[in-house]
Design a protein around this ligand. Structure first.
Ligand code: NAD
Length: 255
């Protein structure tokens, strides 16, 4: 009975940023729990995307790659329209598309760096939330999980654009959760600590990166498999009375 609450059979999940890193792990987890997956990513059509699709397909549910640039309202709306056309509904949205931008202190920051990070990480999350919310209101049900970061609450030099975008996601989540509560749509944020992916692997190979890891209480980054339980939980009936919350998954890196 309790385990049935984690079953996602017959559900349809859209995962932005699903061609790489955390997005692949999220898609694998949801597919393993029974959901069909739509990957919305600018990298659709590249070998990395084909590789991600092959990994997800091994769980036997359907996987549809749909090219999408989350910074464009039309593209975000099209992603949802494609999902509805192919599957008839959208039960789960995971907003994992994101980028880090350049490491620049505020006094030296090129405004174009700020704009680029805000466009993908904050506006992109908003646009996909907006597109999914319209469908979920009609369906009277759904789940949205926005991916923020431990940077939402931990200041680090050079990361103002990223951290500001990610902390903006926390308030977007809470506001949307309040707006959608009566439609049986739960909206939550997942804030991961550091997991090695193409987004940050160069940094962790530097001396500064190695020093950072050795200063963390757990002395290690997260393993992508360690994200899977929480994403299934937040997407499933098991978490039906949780909304507007931020769940940190960092193994104590920032305690
Ligand atoms: N890796 C970490 O340690 C870590 C920690 C905290 C939060 N995060 C967050 O998790 C999310 C995924 O990060 P990751 O490490 O998997 O990065 P990644 O670079 O491996 O993957 C990001 C994906 O987003 C896609 N993307 C980028 N811009 C896009 C756009 N305009 N439209 C559509 N897709 C776009 C990329 O093509 C890529 O597939 C990001 O939001 C990131 O901020 C990552």
């Amino acid at each position: 009975m309790a385990l049935e609450m984690f079953d996602l059979s017959g559900k349809v999940a859209v995962v932005t940023g699903g061609c790489s890193g955390l997005g692949v792990a999220f898609s694998e987890a949801l597919a393993e729990a029974g959901a069909d997956i739509v990957i919305g990513d600018i990298m659709v059509g590249t070998p990395s995307c084909d590789e991600a699709c092959a990994t997800i397909q091994k769980f036997g549910t359907k996987v549809l790659p749909a090219k999408c640039d989350v910074t464009s309202p039309e593209s975000a709306d099209n992603l949802m329209a494609t999902t509805i056309k192919e599957f008839g509904r959208v039960d789960i949205l995971i907003n994992s598309a994101g980028l880090f931008g350049e490491n620049q202190k505020v006094a030296d920051m090129d405004p174009s760096n700020w704009d680029k990070v805000m466009a993908v990480d904050l506006k992109g999350t908003f646009l996909c939330c907006r597109a999914a919310a319209k469908e979920m209101i009609k369906q009277n049900g759904g789940r949205i999980i926005n991916i923020a970061s431990a940077s939402s609450f931990k200041a680090l030099p050079g990361m103002a654009a990223y951290a500001t975008a990610k902390s903006g996601i926390l308030m977007l989540t809470k506001t949307l959760a309040l707006e959608l509560v009566r439609y049986n749509v739960q909206v939550n944020t997942l804030s991961p600590g550091y997991f090695i992916t193409p987004l940050n692997k160069d940094f962790f190979e530097t001396e500064a990166g190695k020093r950072m890891v050795s200063n963390w209480p757990p002395r290690r980054p997260g393993n992508l498999d360690e994200l899977k339980g929480i994403i299934i939980y937040l997407s499933s009936p098991a978490s039906s009375f949780i909304t507007g919350q931020n769940i940190v998954i960092d193994g104590g890196q920032w305690l």
